[in-house]
Write a protein that binds this ligand. Structure first.
Ligand code: UGA
Length: 319
């Protein structure tokens, strides 16, 4: 019996795989190692997963033999996907449809046939809400994405729910709110800010910096996955996983300046299409049903990410 992590070479997938192996699970990881960001970082993520209980399969979910991959698998953590809110316009949209929608639908079809499967956890996204009508936003509030990326994450989430309703595929969708911490993808804000600061280069700030995010620390995201896998909640359930820190990007820069002990140079550029003004998730449901709550506040989490990048040398990445 084993556990399958899709996107195992990525930020969240690799952190989850490490934790699962540490907890004594036999883990299969699948990843197609796309070059959306430096593939060396993905290899480094894989190398950090203890090899004795980890099998890596280099494959694309859109053409892999999924029946073979799911043989004997009891839990799937579906972390694979094409990330990046701001890049999802124009011709790139096809990559988002392939990696987020078509791959998920193919995985769900295979999940219908998988005899041992008792849980499929899908990595959904706060981007399904767009600029929400109310804050803190609850799972029952109207999803209305603002980016093509958000449209594909919502489509895949809806597929999970309807495969649960129609075919009893045991899905749970977790809507992650901007995940950060050591290992964060190099295209994401904190990673870019910290690398710029360490290189004494200007930090690039999109828009006013007054945009607010409910940043969530990666270890808390991993914990939510483990709880979702263990729980008996109804197939098709959806939960926000939100860190509880409604923090603006300007506030983030102040916190980072405190960590670094100096001010940074900031280069303000135009706001980017698809970027929402604010995210803020109500975490009542996940607290009540899964007993989950965030454990890492934004200051401690930013410091951990700063420390890991300032000590990581060549692993700091390029994006
Ligand atoms: C993040 C992830 O990239 C998505 O994959 C995920 O689905 C999404 O969170 C989510 O929660 O649903 P985002 O909130 O845009 O998306 O995360 P960051 O890349 O960390 O950006 C945060 C803010 O910083 C954005 O407003 C962005 O415009 C800004 N930013 C980013 C900058 O000002 N400068 C940069 O160099 C990068």
């Amino acid at each position: 019996m084993s556990v399958l992590v899709t996107g195992a070479a990525g930020f969240v997938g690799s952190a989850l795989a490490r934790r699962l192996v540490a907890a004594g699970e036999e883990v299969i990881g699948v990843d197609s190692l796309t070059d959306y960001y430096d593939v060396a970082l993905k290899h480094a993520n894989l190398a950090a997963i203890p090899a004795a209980h980890f099998t890596f399969v280099n494959a694309d979910l859109n053409d892999a033999d999924l029946d073979e991959l799911l043989a004997g698998v009891t839990v799937v953590f579906h972390e694979a996907g094409q990330p990046g809110v701001r890049k999802s316009w124009g011709r790139d949209f096809a990559d988002y449809v392939d990696a987020n929608v078509l791959a998920t639908q193919r995985l769900l079809e295979a999940a219908r046939r998988a005899p041992d499967l008792r849980r499929l956890v899908y990595a959904s996204s706060s981007s399904v809400y767009g600029d929400a009508e109310t804050y803190p936003t609850r799972e029952v509030d109207l999803p209305r994405p603002l980016s093509p990326y958000g449209v594909t994450k919502l489509a895949a989430e809806q597929l999970c729910t309807l495969y649960a309703k129609n075919f009893a595929v045991p899905t749970v969708s977790l809507r992650y709110f901007t995940v950060y911490g050591p290992g964060q993808r190099p295209d994401m804000a904190f990673n870019r800010f910290i690398r710029a600061a360490l290189a004494d280069a200007p930090i690039e700030l999109y828009g006013t910096g007054e945009q607010v995010r409910d940043f969530t620390y990666v270890d808390d995201i991993v914990e939510a996955n483990l709880r979702a896998a263990r729980s008996e909640v109804e197939p098709g359930s959806v939960f926000n996983v939100s860190g509880g820190s409604s923090t603006s990007i300007n506030e983030v820069l102040d916190i980072l300046a405190g960590v670094a002990g100096r001010e940074f140079r900031v280069n303000r550029t135009a706001a980017v299409a698809g970027d929402v003004r604010r995210t803020g998730g109500a975490a009542d449901r996940i607290r009540e049903v899964l007993g989950w709550r965030p454990t890492v506040d934004i200051e401690s989490g930013l410091r951990a990410q700063w420390d890991s990048l300032s000590g990581a040398g060549s692993l700091a990445g390029k994006a």
